[in-house]
Structure formats: structure tokens, C-alpha cells
Design a protein around this ligand. Sequence first.
Ligand code: FES
Ligand code: FES
Length: 223
Amino acid sequence: MKDPVTFYPGAEADQGEAGGGDLAILKSRASRRAFIRGVIASGAVAGSSTFLFGSLGGCSPDRPAAGAVERLLSLNINGKVRRVDVLPNETLAMTLRYKLGLTGTKLSCDRGECGACTVVIDGVSTYSCSTLTHMVGDRQVRTIEGLEGPNGELHPIQQAMIDELGPQCGFCTPGQIMSTVALLEANPNPTRDEARHALSGNLCRCGAYDHYLNSVMRAAQEA
Ligand code: FES
Ligand code: FES
């Protein structure tokens, strides 16, 4: 290994000033200089690598990171295009309720177990708490608010729910209704068993299942 005194540029001058004095002091000075220069040099390298790799990683304001998603989406909700800023991990239930103010869609378990958050996407009843908004794309989303008639009339299924005293507390009702919408559009004359099967993903803590089934059968008959 090279002696730092002779290896480090300028060490000779120090040595000269010292008049060939104590070698340990010279070595100590040279080591300190080498250390400081080394720190400065490594800082410069770190700075340049941040510049190089930072811009590759998307830190550059005019270049998005690889794999980044466009956050401003156009969603088709109840027949209208809604522009909304959506986080990459945001569920449709969160977007509907807290970005678009459509609070008719309820959130309960928030993990695909209860059906309170049911909406209809392209004719299929879907748990919105288990659907990433970024996965919706240009599909048609319908919520309970979208059932309202042009003059505020209730949808026939909503009216049938009232006529049969379907809901008790009513918390699960929007989800029950949206599952019924999807059922009756696909199968306008379901048997009671088919209706039971179609609504099997909608739990009701009040236990009003028979009332809901009566409502579905009435809505089918009156359609
Ligand atoms: S809140 Fe979505 S299934 Fe329960
Ligand atoms: S009516 Fe109360 S939870 Fe269903």
C-alpha cells in the first residue's frame, strides 16, 4: 500500500514546510486532507447519481415514473361522464361516496362479505368495495341514485320494496335493490329460488329476507 504522504498530491509541500520534521504529524495531516477530499468526491458522485437515476425513476417533473397511472379518470356513472382524481389503490365505493357524493352506496364490511356496497356495472351486480376504480374503465356504473325517474319518481323496484315493507332499518336496502335491478334485467320472471340466489350476496342484519324476496317477486309481476 502507498504511503499517504507520498501518494497524496501536495503532501510533499507540507513535508517541505515542516522541514522534514515529525513524520507522524505529516501523515496525520495528509490523512485528514485525503479524508476531506474523499468526502467531497463521494458527495459529488452521490449528487450526480441522484441526477441520473432520479430522472430515470420519474422524479423529473416532465416525465412520469415507469408504471405510474393516470389519476384523472373519466367514469361513466349513471349515464354521465364524471371526471375524478383517483388514487391508484382507491376502491369504487370510496370514489362514489367520498369523491362523487353518491352516498346511497353503503359501506359496511369493506371486504366483499355483506353486499351493502352493491352497484351494477355493465348489467352485473358488483361489490364496489372490492373493485378498484382504475379497473372500471369505460364500463357503465349504476348506483341507487341512477334509478330516480326524470321527475324524481321511484323506480318500480323501490316502489315494490315499499309496498311489501321490505326494509327494516334500510341500511342494506340500496344493495338489495341494485342486485334486484341486475336480476330483473337479465331474468324478468325469476322463480323465488332464482331471486333468493341472486340476492344471496346481500346480507341483512335485520333478517328481512322474506320481505325482500316478496318485494322482488312483486316487482317482477308488476314490470
Ligand atoms: S361493504 Fe362491500 S361487501 Fe360489504
Ligand atoms: S333492513 Fe336492516 S340491515 Fe337489512
